[in-house]
Each structure stands twice: as C-alpha cells, then as structure tokens.
Design a protein. Structure first.
Lengths: 290, 736
C-alpha cells in the first residue's frame, strides 16, 4: 500500500486495518484531508478577495456568482469561508504546537521522575484543570489583551494541561517496562531515555490527543472570536462570521449557516479522526475478520 | 469402547481461520481417558494442548472452529449437542480449571458467593445448603478457616489459595472429569507441591479423571498415569507414564526429556532440539517433526505417520508412537533420568574460597525497603511508617569466574537484590564493592563509567527490548555511549559480530524486537548485556519464561559465553533444576534475608536450613512413583511488610522452637564456605535440647532422600563428609 512495505500482521498493519473498517474514522480522515487541502490550496482559487466589500449586492442569497451568497457588507461568503479555513488551520496547528511542546514536556518529566516533581506538576495541572478551557482563555485574554496571537497562546496553555495528563499517563505505563531499566543499567543519559526510549512508545496517545486538541481549538477559537475577543473584523475567522451573521439570521440565514457548517464539518472530521486513531491503535479492539 | 472409558476423542480437528490461512491447532487428535485416570498433555507452547482441552467443552471462540471429529462422553457425542445441552455438561460433568487464577474470579463478589452460585445453578438447592456445601469444598481443598474465607474477596486470597479455590469451583458440582490447563505454571514450587498433593488426594477420594495440560515434565511425573506428547497440533506419542519416561519411542519425546537440566551432568552442555516448531498453517508434508529430527530420512517426508501401537513380546503396552522408524532407531543411547547431577568434574572447585582472593563483588549489609502501595500519610501518622522489607541486611561475596545462584520463591526479594547490587535501585543502607570500588558511594558521572563492568539480563523477553528500536540500535547504543566504537560503521560491524556470537544472524541487525521468538529475544538481551564487555552479569531469571528446549539452548549459550569471556554470574532463578545444573555456589533467600549460602553440593546435602530442605523436597522429580511430597511449610508466606519476629521462617518451620520467635539467628558457618542462618545449628542454643544436631541432620537426610534426584545424598551418606564433625565446625560470626 502506497509502496510502503508494511508487514502483514504487524502492529501498523493491524492498526490500518481496524481504522479502515471504521466508517466514522474514514469519514474523519477524508474530511480532515479535504479541509487541509482547501485551507492550503483554496486561497489561490478564491473567486473574490475575502475582505473586499461590495463585490456583490448586500445579503444576496447563494447563486452562481456567489456560491454561499454575500454578507451585509457585500463580501463574498464563499471566499471568506475559504480564507477562514486557512486561518483556522493556522489556529489549530499553533495551539496544538504549544500544547504539545508544553504538555508533553511536563508529562514526560512528571512521569519519568515521579516523587516531588510529579507532585508539583500534578497539583498545578489539577488546579488549572478545574477551569474550562474557554474560561482560561478568557482570563488570559483579559490579562494580556485581545488578539489572535494572545488567544492562541491562551488556548495552547489550556490544552497543554490535558496533553500533560495524557502524556503522564502514557509515561507511567512505559516507565515500568524493562527496556527502560535496561537503558539505565548501561548508564544512558536522561534526555535520551525520555526522548528516544520513552516518547516513541507514547506517540499513539500523544497523536490521538493532538488530533482532538486540534478539533477543540478550532471550536474554542470560533467561540472566542464570536465573543469578539480574538481576531478583529475584517479578518474572516469563522467565529466572527457567525457572530456578525447572527443579526441577519431571519432574512439571510446563509450568512451564519455557511461558516457554522464549516466549523461543524472541520471539528467533526478531526474528532472522528482522533477517535478512530485511538480505537485503531488500542491493542484491545479487534479487527473484524473478513 | 470400553466400559471403563469415560471420554473418547476421535480425530478431533480444531482450526483457526486467520488471514494467511487456517491454523491447524488440533489436527486429527485421538485419545481416551478412563475412569479415575489422569492423562498428561505435554509439549511446548503452540503445540495445541490448551486448544485440545477447550475443544472438549466447545469453548473455542471465533476465529476458531471445531470442524471435525467426535468427542464421546458417556456415550454421547459432545460435538453434536446444542448449546443448552452442553451447558449442562460444563461444570456438572466436565469442569475446566484455567491457569490465571487472578482473572478467573469476579472481583466484585466474594469467593464463597461465586462458588455457591454455581452450585445453586446446577442443582436445585437452597442458599443455606449451597453455602454449607461450599464451605466443605473450601475445606476439602485445604483452605484454612473456610467459614471466614467464604466471606472474603478473591483479591484477599494469596495466589496459591486462589488456585485452590478455583479447583474447589471446578469440583463444586462433582464432575467426573477435570481439565486442568497449566494450573501449576507460574506459581511457587512449594505452592505447586501443595496443589499436586491436593489433586492426588482428590483423585483417590473422588475417583476423579483428569486431563492435565502442562509443559513441566516433572509435574507430569508426579501426578499422571498416562502421557500424551503433542507436537504441532498432533499427538506424536502416548502411553503409560513409566513407558514414556523410561522408554520414549519418539524423537521429540527424547528431545524434550533430554533438554531437561536433570538429565545432563552438572555444567555439561544440555541437549537441545534444533530449530523451531513449524508453522501450523502450512504444515510440512510428511512428519511434522522431520525438520528437527536427527533420525529423519527421506521416507519421513512422504506421509504423515499415524499413531501406531508398539507391541512388545509380552503384551500390548498401550504405548503408541507416530514415528515410522520406531523399530529401527536405537533408543537406548538416550535418557537417563537418573544421571548423576553432582559430578564435580566440570564444576569449579570451590577451594578458592579458602584462599585470600578478593571477591569481585562484595555486598555488605545491603538494605532496600519500599513503601507499600496505598500507604497514606494518615496511616503513617497514626500507625508509624511501614516498609516492605525487600532486602534486609544481606551480605554476600561473589568471586571472579564463578556462578552464584540466588534462589527463593516469589516475593523473597531476589530480583530486588540483583537490581540493588547493580545500582538500578538506590540502596537504603549498606555497601557494594565492585573490584574494590565502592559503587554505592560513587558520583553519578563516575557511576556511568563503572556501569560498563556489570550488566543485567532481564527476565521478560517481551518487555526488555524497546519495540520501537531496531536490534542494531538496541545493542549498538551502549557501545557508542561508552566509546567502544567511533563511527557508525564500526558500530554496525561490532553489533553484527556480537549477533553471531549469541547465535543470531547478521541480517537481524535491522529488525525489530517483535519479529523474534522468545528465545531469540533473550539472545538479543544477552548481546546487549555483552555489548559493553562487562566482567559481571546479573542474570535475572533469564530462562523462566522460555520453553524447555529453548531454555536448554539459552543456558548452553550462557555457559559457553562464561567460559570464553571469563564472566562472573549472579544467576537469579526459582527453578532449582536449572540452578543445580549451572551453579558453583547457591544463596537461598527468604523474606529478604539469605538463610543459607554455600557451594552447590553443600546446599544439596544436609545440613540444610529448614527452608532449603522444604524447597528441595518440593521439586517434582522425574522418578515415577507414589511419593508424597513431604514437609511442606505450613501456612502461607508472611507479608514482607510485617516480617515475623526473630527468625523470619519460624512461622512455617517444622523444627521451630520457642527461641526462634524471639531471636534472629546468627549465621553459623560450617567449613568456612557454607553458612546457615538457623538456631538448630547453633551449638550454644542447642545445649540440652531434646534433639541434637546430628538427629536433625539425620531427619533431614531421610526426608529429602526419596525426592531428590541428586545422588550426592546417597553418596554422602556413605562417607562421613556431609555430617559435619562437631569438632570441625567453626562457630564464627562468619560474614555477618
């Protein structure tokens, strides 16, 4: 498959098999790929400039010139949705990047060393965990001010907590394996043990969590920009579009619904992908015999 | 079919359908069990023994399916029954006992409830009656305080007790046949002895038939009347037990018996069967064993031999073998199951201990405690902090070039001791000197360099290799780290050389761990340990997880390497037969302390520490006969969190005296290289006591003699050497 030499019966082979039998997971995968494709390639093919006003009549319903209609400023919604996809791609990856770097580091150190270090990290995590991620982001924004970059940092830290918990759990189970002890027995360096011995065995948990964080991030950023706390208009984030379109929902529902469906689609796709990955990589779920 | 026959299996075929094809787990299996007979099913992992057992009760889940044959029980074919009908048979007439006692019970219900539930289901009984019956059953299987134990949960039972409770569960509906699937694998030798005694009793009392599945030949010799040897899904030999053990007539059976450490002289190379069990999907044409058989000819490839009865000049022996050359091969240059395992020829002469050579590893009063799980700070405040006394004041020496074995049952602290000596755990007190350097005191950077000199081979081949790294990286990394190689190319060359040395191929260097079998993985582990060229290796139960023929090969490898590289081993094991085979000296551990230590022949002959005596007498021997396993310790092993006062063994010791609970014995040294930690050998303590030391030693000799395979006992009885002369005995404080 794809020219890769994947041995029949190997773990990867089983995982691929389970995944491809899971319809929702396949939907998630394809959906995510479509989304990424559109985000990267779409902006080159937008029919109109997403921020130009007056390219069409205000609040025009979907037509052949404007596939998703126009908004209250005469901007083409279709182009704006595509631009919004690009922005959300950027948001998703940034948040995931921050969450992974901080969360995996914290989880690895906590899991590897245990004891007091683990205690401190865990208590910190538990305190922060009490707050919902959006509330946390709100707090950070309140302190640091509005803007997309602040929001990304805030969300990144908020989700780092979840990533740290998951990573720590994975680290705790890997730490008990004898090959870790074997590395210690010939005097391996700590950094090597954590990054090259433990982490590769924890990747499935990390990857699954990263996918889910991506989905949450898109949704959270949309909520925050809906509240006006993230990027400012005319930047066409999906959240802003939903928020602005709300006023016109009675007469021009497409203004809100188009970005709304885009959010729904992206979040669902990544969520199903994440869950599908988790089930496929879990050695306890079974492959259905053909 | 005989009146006497309880179960008749004809041409049973159970296949598992997987992607690549059909796994023929049971390929035309036929055998019979009489009333009151115990038949053993032996063979290596993957031979199909468990599948056969489960097929009888139709407990085969998809993708497996029984596709042919008959299973006739009391005149009815079980394979023709509906699910409802067979449910009546399960438990009621035929019961099955599985290996893993910890998952067989539901943790949410008490043991008593679970058993009485089954009784009520099968018979129409009131709760009270079922309860009484359960309590009687628990008593029958020798569970102490059955009335209270009825109300306790499975996790509150010890492993051995749970196994007995499982047997009680199996007996609850008075079945006529019990299928025991590897029930003694993975439990301590003394617990195993108790369970075997129990089964023998039950056999007699209830006229029970048993199908006993195991890979341990010693256990089979203890308890079975007939034996079926399985290989690659087929029975290759079947017959009465004396016949099979003393007169095997199939090359595989011979190979199995030959790989056992008991059948080779001490430190001699063990016989092993080359190759591996064939793929059960594409079974080779002809005889499935021929690729590994030293007697194979061209004819063997042509058709698959059937089980044929061997006829002697007297009468039918009821001994069948599936080998077409059975009458041609000279079977007698084979198994002597009574070989003299104490031949001192190749053993290291332990006189070095009398000289002033410095030990390579010098352990002094080493202590390692752990915090017990679930100890909250509230408990600690109120009750004081408790510890698991894993290693308590252990002192021992290991000299260059020797193999010291550390034996004891699970939980005694031997693994912890091995790991603390190599500084994988930080000791709580005490010192370890390696070639004169105190490694307990070394700084971290120094320690890293020192680690080159001592390495560890781990027990579990499945978890000791990182699944995400190639073999080349696993073995090469320590070399690179310690500067033994400079370039990538040098590293690869060095790794390839090492792979060949441990019996693997150069091409294996880029493979991943999961692509290898258990024995091969263990070889990779050995290669890793050798990568940094150490002088001392702690072998932590390296062969316990391996099949007997693979075990033989790995042990041979370890012994060869020791000779070639002048290695020193600390060999941790619980299998005393292996220990007898490879050790120069032995240390016996109980609850964190070393209770006896000395050269192997001194350990195997009296005077023994009472615990050593019990350990030795619990080993099932390959001698057939009605031998009661004597002198089993009473009660269960105490918790290491609260070890008994005074001598830790006194709660279970058959020779216990009042002072044993008050004072901990000091080490009594006999002949300077043998020390025992027991009051009964302490002259001062025994003055004026009813039993003299000579009497105790005589008792010990008597008790263990019929059990042990070791001829040194009988030879010792003929000389005066084993009974120490009171004048010779030096009562020194010894190494304490």
């Amino acid at each position: 498959m794809f020219g890769l030499n994947i041995r029949s019966g190997s773990q990867l082979d089983m995982a691929i098999r389970k995944f491809s039998q899971n319809k929702l997971a396949m939907f998630g995968l394809i959906g995510s790929l479509i989304y990424v494709f559109i985000s990267l390639v779409g902006p080159f093919f937008m029919p109109y400039d997403p921020t130009s006003t007056g390219v069409g009549p205000n609040l025009a319903p979907p037509s052949t010139e404007h596939w998703f209609g126009t908004d209250h400023n005469g901007r083409d919604i279709f182009s704006r949705v595509i631009e919004g996809a690009r922005i959300s791609l950027f948001v998703g990856f940034s948040v995931v990047a921050v969450a992974c770097v901080v969360g995996v580091a914290a989880g690895l150190i906590s899991g590897r060393y245990g004891g007091i270090i683990d205690g401190i990290i865990m208590r910190t995590i538990e305190v922060i965990y009490v707050f919902p991620s959006i509330l946390l982001a709100l707090i950070v924004v309140a302190i640091l001010g509005q803007g997309l970059d602040r929001v990304l940092l805030a969300l990144g830290l908020a989700y780092a907590i979840e990533m740290a918990r998951i990573t720590r759990g994975a680290a705790l189970s890997v730490r008990e394996e004898e090959y870790i002890l074997a590395s210690e027995s010939y005097g391996e360096h700590e950094k090597f043990i954590m990054l090259r011995e433990m982490l590769p065995n924890m990747m499935s948990a990390v990857m699954v969590q990263a996918t889910l964080i991506y989905a949450f991030a898109i949704l959270a950023e949309a909520s925050l920009s809906y509240l006006g706390l993230s990027a400012q208009p005319p930047t066409p984030t999906w959240g802003i579009m939903v928020s602005q379109g709300q006023t016109y929902i009675g007469i021009a529902p497409w203004v809100t619904i188009a970005p709304g469906i885009a959010i729904l689609f992206a979040v669902l796709a990544f969520t199903f992908l994440g869950i599908g990955l988790r089930d496929a990589l879990d050695p306890k779920t079974e492959v259905n015999a053909q | 079919m005989n009146e006497d026959t309880l179960l008749q299996v004809n041409e049973l075929k159970t296949h598992f359908k997987i992607d690549r094809g059909d796994v023929k787990a049971c390929n035309d299996i036929s055998y019979a069990i009489k009333k009151g007979e115990t038949i053993g099913f032996v063979g290596e992992s993957g031979a199909g023994k468990s599948v056969t057992g489960r097929s009888i009760l139709n407990l085969i889940d998809s993708p497996g399916k029984i596709i042919g044959g008959e299973i006739i029980y009391k005149g009815q074919d079980l394979l023709n029954m509906t699910e409802k009908e067979i449910q009546k048979i399960r438990g009621n007439e035929i019961a099955i006992v599985f290996q893993d006692s910890s998952t067989a019970f539901n943790p949410s219900y008490t043991v008593g409830e679970q058993i009485s539930d089954v009784i009520q289901n099968h018979f129409d009984m009131e709760y009270e009656e079922a309860r009484e019956r359960t309590i009687k059953l628990l008593d029958d299987v020798n569970i102490p305080n059955p009335r209270e134990r009825f109300e306790t949960y499975p996790h509150q039972y010890s492993g051995g007790m749970r196994q007995r409770a499982l047997i009680a569960l199996a007996l609850s509906c008075d079945p006529d046949l019990i299928i025991a699937d590897e029930i003694t694998t993975g439990i301590d030798v003394t617990t195993q002895a108790k369970i075997l005694n129990l089964l023998k009793e039950l056999k007699k009392e209830r006229d029970l038939s048993m199908q006993f599945i195991t890979h341990d030949m010693g256990v089979v010799a203890e308890i079975c009347d007939r034996v079926a040897v399985m290989y690659a899904g087929e029975i290759v030999e079947i017959g009465p037990i004396q016949e099979i053990f003393n007169n095997p007539k199939h090359p595989y059976t011979m190979g199995l018996l030959g790989s056992l450490p008991q059948t080779s002289g001490a430190k001699e190379e063990l016989e092993s069967i080359p190759g591996n069990m064939p793929d059960l999907i594409e079974t080779p044409s002809g005889c499935s064993f021929r690729d590994r058989c030293e007697f194979a000819t061209e004819e063997c490839a042509q058709h698959n031999p059937e089980l044929e009865e061997l006829v002697t000049n007297t009468n039918s022996t009821n001994h069948k073998s599936a080998c077409i050359r059975v009458n041609e091969i000279n079977w007698n240059n084979g198994r002597e199951t009574n070989k003299d395992t104490s031949s001192n020829g190749s053993r290291r002469d332990t006189n070095y201990l009398n000289k002033d050579e410095d030990p390579l590893v010098d352990v002094y009063k080493l202590k390692k405690y752990f915090d017990p799980e679930g100890q909250s700070w509230v408990d600690m405040l109120l009750n004081g902090r408790k510890y698991v006394h894993a290693v308590d004041d252990v002192t021992l020496n290991i000299y260059e070039g020797e193999t010291v074995s550390l034996v004891g049952e699970s939980g005694c602290g031997k693994t912890t001791l091995g790991r603390t000596i190599t500084q994988l755990y930080n000791e709580d007190s005490g010192t370890v000197l390696f070639a004169g350097t105190d490694i307990t005191d070394a700084k971290k950077s120094e320690l890293r360099k020192l680690r080159r000199n001592y390495q560890v081979i781990f027990q579990d081949p499945f978890s000791s290799l990182n699944p995400r790294r190639t073999v080349g990286k696993i073995i090469g990394r320590p070399m690179k780290l310690h500067g033994l190689v400079d370039t990538e190319e040098e590293k690869r060359d060095a790794v390839k050389e090492l792979l060949v040395e441990v019996g693997l191929k150069e091409s294996h260097i880029d493979r991943y761990a999961h692509e290898f079998s258990g024995g091969q993985k263990q070889r990779i582990g050995i290669a890793r340990a050798l990568a940094v060229e150490p002088d001392f290796i702690v072998c932590d139960e390296p062969v316990s997880a391996l099949d007997v023929s693979v075990q033989a090969k790995v042990l041979n490898l370890l012994m060869d390497l020791q000779e070639e590289r002048n290695l020193t081993y600390l060999f941790i094991a619980h299998n005393l037969e292996v220990v007898k085979h490879i050790s120069d000296r032995v240390a016996v551990m109980y609850l964190g302390e070393i209770v006896e230590m000395g050269p192997i022949d001194k350990i195997l002959s009296p005077p023994y520490h009472p615990y050593t005596e019990i350990l030795l007498s619990s080993i099932p021997s390959l001698e057939i006969g009605e031998q009661e396993l004597q002198n089993l310790p009473e009660g269960e092993i105490p918790s290491p969190i609260d070890p008994p006062s005074g001598c830790r063994f006194h709660t279970r010791c058959p020779y216990a005296m009042p002072e044993c609970s008050e004072e901990s014995p000091i080490n009594i040294t006999t002949n300077k290289n043998h020390r025992i930690k027991c009051h009964i050998f302490d002259e001062n303590k025994m003055e004026g006591k009813p039993k003299s030391k000579e009497q105790i030693i005589a008792e010990q000799t008597e008790n263990v003699d019929p059990k042990s395979n070791n001829q040194s006992i009988s030879s010792a009885k003929n000389t005066n050497q084993s009974v120490p002369n009171p004048q010779d005995e030096k009562q020194s404080v010894g190494d304490d």
